[in-house]
Ligand binder design. Structure first.
Ligand SMILES: [Zn+2]
Ligand SMILES: [Zn+2]
Length: 1002
């Protein structure tokens, strides 16, 4: 047999596209998914859902590469698994994109269009992008249960759209939504669900509250606003002012109170004929210079009355403006006198509740002033800044204006600056839940370990969980509040709703539990009997993603959510062994919601190990932005660099730090690792074909246990096989502790330093047509075959394409070959259907491994020596002397010395044992013989170059004419046979210049 020829100019992306087609044709994915169906041991992976709202980005490929790596590894190890991808399908992110598609500006446009039609468009968008993301994921080499699955339900059109990707779970599924209902009912039974008035961050464009859970790292932007210094007259003290500082001029019409610090010292400064009150030490920043009249504590001002700038507005009627003490007054910036608008600030509102201060509500859903704000009413808060400043000036309140740059929260979906608005929202109270969740979190293995601190920190500081959104596309919160008597109830299931329905069930039946259909159903108030509608709000999408450790385990027999029935199937998988996601943001989002929901329902962890990774940046460490022109689309990236290289780039990166992703780094990896791996593979195939090496015949035909003694293995073979077994051991151990980087670098170092730069380099003369056949040649092939074959299996979870290419070529057609556990040959062959390789301690020769390190140190020093003295490596030297040699520990001194002699081209190696520094020297005296040999080697190289130039095959014979200089004649006379043998020359004749001619085979 012959191996398939290996292309010298490999195009990795092209190779991958061919393999993808081949996998599809031969049904490899299905066989992979079914490989361990009957195994008892499980490895439970739970996928954090990807938002199916846009094409996948290169940043998604990081986590998805990890997910695929560990599932492949565990599959090779023989664990039963679920291969369920997840799509996050509900929520504002989808709505915003559909609004863009339809050119909508506000919620009014949606209502005009029709909520039902809008919600359908949202669903369609999800299915469209789920399909695109599925295709992209497949291109990454990601093996998941993409095409099977049966629990999706929808209209005919939706089903058709979803058909291709049904194996995945969708958070829009009935199962998911009703399981959240069940969870919310449990919370309600413990009295944790409440409706509360609070000032919350609000997006005026989206018309919804943004919960603090959502204002993640990306929820802030560096923005420049106006910083205003204002003069508020103290009532009853002419020409005396509180100097007030604010960065939100739009809140001034709703000012009701000023706050000063109870522990803060204040000065009264005379400037001209005016007196200014401000915190001691803030004069310079405020631009106040003058004589300090008085210095007192903040307490002195408590209860003083003052005049606000817009007291004439109707909304201000009856408000008494007073100074109060507060503990949040800071003096690092501003003036230490804080303007409070309790309807427009979170801390302001808290204080107002505690002290019973007046509260003025100022904005509507769209961020426009309510009635009572005079000329401002009906106008957007964001548009009146200039006018307010002008009014303040006219009214004598303005002291000065500066630009002020700070981190300010923006809407994470649409980028609009958030306002703070007083609203009624629904919450889950966290007081009773906080400690139990904190306890549960401790038993999780966080990688990196500081994840635990971060999660605890969040749990410690989080407020109650705001779960409602005044939007359309999302979980229908099953809250029913009676307008007549205010009784509210939580419905826990579809069945319960049906039972309680007094009208509208017929219109709802057959629809998913979404707006507007679910809202047709009315129930009777338990207390007063009045018909009650569902509150219009939808749920926070993190409820959707947090429930998946319960809702996605569908009993294969009953097709129902196992957790809501007998829990049997669910118990087989919960808690999950492993999740992996990008760390930033998830502590307060997915991790948090998973943990909170599992704690409420089960009081224990939903997952045991979590691997986090950082963020993707561009090549030089900047954030990627389409508008900056430095973003890389996944499709373009994967076709240009190849999926294997993209994966390797992520795998070799420390997950704790941001990665600089790009074509430059990809090319470095291609040259640093992939081309070297490819050349090792090519070396084997080229020579094995020429020498007609047949593994089926050579390798252990009866499946005998492999030992070093099976062949007359040289010391080099024994060494590389030892290294190979060490590698298998190290990679497995690293993956078992989810340490991908260590595993990946171990493979890379083995291939580059050990296999390529030493084993193959030192084995070149052992194979090929210039070397006679025999035990050593066979041993070299057997060894190299073993190494590459095992390596293809080790690489399979990391680089699924190149691994399968190598594996299939080596395994093809070898019916009789027992290649060890889990070998599949013939048409069935794929590395993704085989077992993870074993290692054997008895094949690891520790002494030899240590000795080889010493050999390589000597060789390196020898090369430096020759280089420094410009002694060509082709010129044989009589002797190498090694001083301070510590001695070999293995019994292979002869073989090891031969390696040194061959590598450094010396006739003898003399080892002088001793302590101290290792010193390497050469005897450089040349005899005529040595000079002739050196010249012969130069000639050989020149002839080989010509063979390459003429693109001759390895085994083509040639006739050689060499330049008739004296030294050449003498070289040919002394080493002609050597030259002929090395160059496959049938004749060597002197002539004018060097020429070769191929001898046609007879
Ligand atoms: Zn928004
Ligand atoms: Zn009622």
């Amino acid at each position: 047999m012959r191996f398939k020829k290996v292309d010298a100019k490999v195009d990795f992306p092209k190779l991958e596209r061919r393999i993808l087609k081949d996998w599809e044709k031969r049904g490899i994915l299905k066989k992979y998914l079914c490989k361990n169906l009957n195994v008892k041991e499980r490895f439970g992976f739970l996928d954090g859902p990807i938002t199916a709202n846009n094409p996948m980005g290169v940043h998604h490929a990081w986590g998805r590469s990890y997910k695929d790596l560990f599932q492949r590894y565990k599959n090779m190890q023989g664990f039963r698994q679920r291969f369920q991808n997840g799509f996050d399908a509900q929520g504002l992110w989808v709505e915003v994109e559909v609004e863009k598609e339809l050119g909508f500006k506000s919620k009014k446009d949606i209502e005009k269009y029709g909520i039902g039609k809008f919600v359908k468009r949202c669903k369609e968008r999800v299915f469209k992008y789920a399909k695109i993301q599925t295709k992209q994921s497949k291109r990454l080499g990601y093996f998941m249960d993409w095409d099977k699955g049966s629990y999706f339900r929808g209209t005919a059109k939706e089903t058709r759209l979803a058909n291709k990707v049904r194996g995945s779970y969708y958070t829009l599924s009935d199962e998911n939504n009703y399981t959240i209902w069940y969870f919310l009912k449990k919370c309600h039974e413990r009295g944790w669900i409440y409706e509360g008035k609070d000032v919350v961050p609000w997006c005026p464009r989206c018309g919804t509250a943004i919960s603090e859970h959502e204002i993640v790292t990306e929820g802030y932007r560096e923005l420049t606003h106006k910083g205003l210094f204002l003069k508020f007259p103290v009532t009853g003290k002419p020409k005396t002012y509180f100097l007030v500082w604010t960065t939100t001029p739009w809140t001034l019409p709703a000012n009701t109170t000023l706050a000063v610090g109870d522990e803060t010292a204040y000065v009264t400064v005379q400037q001209g004929d005016e007196l200014f009150i401000l915190a001691d030490g803030r004069e310079v920043a405020a631009g106040i210079a003058g004589k300090v009249q008085e210095k007192v504590g903040g307490k002195e001002f408590a209860g003083l009355a003052y005049m606000g700038p817009f007291d004439d507005l109707p909304i201000q009627e009856g408000v008494t403006h007073r100074v109060v003490l507060a503990d949040f007054v800071a003096t690092e910036e501003g003036t230490g006198v804080v303007h409070l608008a309790p309807g427009s600030g979170k801390e302001d509102f808290q204080l107002a509740k505690e002290r019973d201060l007046p509260v003025i509500e100022s904005l509507d859903e769209e961020g426009k002033y309510l009635q009572g704000f005079g000329k401002y009413s009906g106008r957007r808060a964001t548009e009146v800044e200039e006018e307010i400043i002008k009014d303040l000036k006219e009214r004598g309140f303005l002291y000065k204006v500066e630009d002020y740059t700070h981190r300010y929260p923006v809407c994470w979906r649409c980028g609009t600056e958030l306002l703070f608005r007083l609203v009624d929202e629904w919450y889950i109270e966290m007081d009773e839940l906080r400690e139990p969740v904190k306890k549960v979190v401790q038993s999780i293995n966080w990688i990196p370990s500081w994840g635990l601190e971060r999660e605890l920190d969040w749990l410690e500081n989080m407020g109650d969980w705001l779960i409602s959104k005044k939007r359309y596309w999302g979980l229908a919160l099953p809250f029913y509040k009676c307008k007549k008597c205010n009784t509210f109830e939580v419905i826990g299931s579809k069945e319960e709703l049906k039972e309680r329905a007094i009208s509208g069930w017929k219109e709802f039946e057959g629809h998913s539990p979404h707006r507007p259909w679910v809202d047709k159903v009315k129930i009777a108030c338990l207390k007063c009997g009045e018909p009650v509608s569902r509150i219009p709000d939808v749920g926070n999408p993190w409820l959707d993603a947090g429930i998946v450790s319960f809702s996605t385990l569908i009993d294969p027999q009953t097709k129902k959510v196992s957790y809501l029935t007998d829990k049997k199937y669910w118990r087989e998988w919960f808690p999950f062994d492993f999740i992996t996601e990008s760390f930033p943001g998830q502590f307060r989002n997915w991790f948090y919601s998973l943990l909170a929901m599992a704690t409420v329902l089960e009081g224990r962890v939903p997952f045991k190990n979590v691997l986090g990774h950082a963020l993707v940046r561009d090549e030089i460490g900047r954030e990627m932005h389409k508008s900056w022109g430095n973003a890389i689309d996944f499709d373009e990236g994967v076709e240009r660099m190849g999926a294997d290289i993209m994966r390797w780039m992520y795998f070799t990166h420390d997950p704790e730090t941001n990665i600089n992703f790009g074509y430059g780094p990809a090319d470095v990896i291609r040259r640093r690792f992939f081309l070297i791996l490819w050349n090792c593979y090519k070396f084997f195939v080229d020579y094995a074909n020429v020498d007609r090496f047949n593994p089926a015949k050579e390798l252990d035909p009866k499946g005998k246990k492999f030992t070093f003694e099976s062949y007359k293995h040289s010391v080099l073979d024994r060494w590389i096989l030892s290294r190979l077994n060490v590698l298998v051991k190290e990679v497995g151990e690293a993956l078992d502790r989810f340490d991908v980087m260590t595993a990946t670098f171990a493979i890379e170092e083995f291939v580059v330093r050990d296999l390529s730069q030493w084993y193959i380099r030192r084995s070149r003369d052992r194979v090929g047509p210039t070397t006679p056949g025999g035990e050593d040649k066979r041993a070299a092939y057997v060894t190299l075959y073993r190494v590459l074959f095992t390596l293809s299996k080790l690489l399979a979870p990391f680089t699924p394409f190149i691994a399968d290419e190598v594996y299939r070529n080596l395994a093809q057609g070898q019916k009789g070959y027992q290649g060890g556990r889990g070998t599949v040959t013939g048409a069935e062959a794929s590395v993704h259907l085989v077992s993870w390789p074993d290692y054997h301690d008895y094949l690891i020769d520790q002494k030899l491994l240590g000795d080889m390190l010493l050999v390589r140190e000597i060789v390196e020093k020898g090369h430096s020596f020759r280089k420094a003295r410009k002694l060509s490596l082709r010129q044989p030297l009589p002797e190498l002397i090694v001083k301070g040699f510590p001695g070999f520990r293995s019994n292979y001194q002869k073989g090891l010395c031969a390696l040194i002699a061959d590598e450094l081209n010396v006739k003898t190696v003399t080892l002088k044992e001793g302590k101290g520094k290792l010193i390497v020297e050469f005897d450089t005296r040349l005899t005529d013989e040595l000079q002739a040999e050196g010249r012969a080697r130069e000639l050989i190289r020149e002839i080989q170059d010509l063979r390459k130039e003429k693109k001759l095959e390895f085994d083509d014979r040639i006739e050689v004419v060499y330049p008739e200089a004296v030294e050449n004649k003498s070289a040919v006379a002394k080493a002609g046979e050597f030259i002929r043998q090395q160059t496959l020359a049938t004749s060597l004749k002197p002539g004018r210049k060097l020429m070769i001619r191929q001898v046609k085979p007879t």
